[in-house]
Ligand binder design. Structure first.
Ligand code: AMP
Ligand code: ZN
Length: 443
């Protein structure tokens, strides 16, 4: 059985060969804990949970180590804590915010069927390792101190840009470069920055301060997985600058030895055809969705798209996913089977092709269906997904009326859309010869 994965570093699908089959190691950048996670943030969590489960299936549960960090040192956290601190000390407000947000995150991703990773380091627990890493970079001529900051000198790293596949000049032209008087080169990035007394800070050779985000991940991955590990993952937006900078720091500190062999990135999630953003108001939190939709439905809806493709997240898609799960959970064997169909597993081995694997489940025997569902992180039990709330009759009547009026205006495309929309909710329409429309529930 050969697992093939698309490596952003080489831009090719490659056979996955672990450095050590008795210790397969994966690092995925986790959340910055200052606010509720949105459904886009859930995408890497679910995608890499499926990969974690597949690796455990292939190499044995005891032989896979998955690290997903918690970023609890960050300027967005400080700003949010400042807003809600009231009369409390800033550090207390930060601690309360990160603890509370972290707890909500754990509840949310557990409801989406994700296993806890093997290790979940918090940045605040690894500051000495970050300082040691920066000291090594300064000693090696890869970093310099300037006005209380320590910066990484990208000109010291000829490989800079190898993950993003861009040259330094292209990056300078394309980036919104922050001009700062303490930088030697425009792309140099912060490893350490000063904290005044109102901000979280740690003593260091460069004064009281705090690490930059990129440095946090490099130090935590080194502490838990070693200098070189197998897989590093995250969303596509992290390729540059976050992962490029992690590579530059770690490889410069480790005499050029690779940080990770395979770099995997999930595509972006858009909501109802638009880029999700707070200003658009389509910023759907996992928490809000879980109030109306079972976690398994959200999980299936995520996995129906290949992880490298963009997802358009829609209510319609969630309804379809619910219909599929209802059918599957009725058909699956109640005893969780471990048997899986070969075509199902082959699909997952081919760069985690979950839509193909799901297509194979539609054809699978009940026992193999259950085995496949368990591997994908579902719990095939009709009790897991509550009965779908009945659609109010007035809502159906309203939709039928809307459809009739667009039909009169000869907008048949819209009329079909309304009909299909109702069908995904299990409501089938029938147009009668006398011009009326009747409906029946079919689930
Ligand atoms: P953040 O907390 O913003 O650092 O994001 C945590 C993770 O969620 C990172 O791996 C991001 O790449 C990922 N992410 C953020 N927004 C989206 C989105 N709309 N679609 C897919 N992944 C996302
Ligand atoms: Zn990271």
């Amino acid at each position: 059985m050969v697992l093939r994965l698309y490596n952003t570093l080489t831009r090719a699908k490659e056979e996955f060969v672990p450095l050590d089959t008795s210790r397969v190691r994966m690092y995925v950048c986790g959340p910055t804990v200052y606010d509720f996670a949105h459904i886009g943030n859930a995408r890497p969590v679910i995608v890499f949970d499926v990969l974690f489960r597949l690796l455990r299936h292939l190499y044995g549960e005891a032989h896979v180590e998955y690290v997903r960090n918690v970023t609890d040192i960050d300027d967005k956290i400080n700003a949010r804590a400042q807003e809600r601190r009231g009369s409390r000390a800033i550090l207390d407000a930060v601690r309360e915010l990160t603890a509370e947000t972290g707890r909500i995150y754990h509840e949310d991703v557990a409801a989406l069927g994700c296993l806890p990773p093997t290790h979940e380091p918090r940045a605040t627990e690894f500051v000495p390792g970050m300082i040691a890493l920066i000291e090594r970079l300064v000693a090696g001529g890869h970093a310099y101190e300037s006005e209380g900051h320590v910066l990484f000198d990208v000109s010291s790293n000829p490989d800079y840009g190898k993950l993003a596949h861009r040259t330094l000049d292209e990056m300078i032209a394309g980036a919104r470069v922050e001009i700062a008087p303490y930088k030697r080169g425009p792309m140099d990035f912060v490893l350490w920055k000063p904290s005044d007394e109102t901000l979280p800070g740690w003593p260091s050779p460069w004064g009281r301060g705090r690490p930059g985000w990129h440095t946090e991940c490099s130090a935590m991955s080194e502490a838990l997985l070693g200098e070189t590990f197998d897989i590093h993952g995250g969303g596509i937006d992290l390729v540059f600058p976050h992962h490029e900078n992690e590579i530059a720091q770690s490889e410069s500190a480790h005499a050029g030895r690779a940080l990770a062999r395979v770099w995997l990135h999930n595509g972006f999630l858009n909501a109802e055809g638009e880029k999700m953003s707070k200003s658009l108001g389509n910023f759907v939190t996992i928490r809000e969705l879980l109030a109306d939709w079972p976690g398994d439905v959200l999980r299936l809806n995520m996995l129906r798209t290949h992880y490298r493709q963009p997802i358009d997240w829609t209510v319609r898609g969630m309804n379809e996913s619910w219909t599929i799960l209802e059918r599957w959970y009725e058909g699956a064997e109640p005893v969780a089977s471990r048997r899986m169909g070969e075509p199902f597993l082959d699909a997952l081995l081919d760069d985690l092709n979950t839509p193909q694997a799901i297509a194979e489940l539609h054809r699978a025997e009940p026992e193999e269906l259950a085995g496949g569902l368990v591997l994908l992180g579902f719990s095939p039990d009709p009790g897991r997904i509550a009965a779908r709330p009945p659609i109010p009759v007035e809502e159906i009547a309203h939709d039928i009326e809307a459809r009739n009026s667009v039909r009169k205006a000869r907008n048949f495309q819209e009329a079909d859309r309304i009909r299909e929309d109702l069908a995904t909710k299990g409501i089938l329409l029938e147009d009668n010869p006398d011009g009326t429309t009747s409906w029946e529930v079919k689930r």
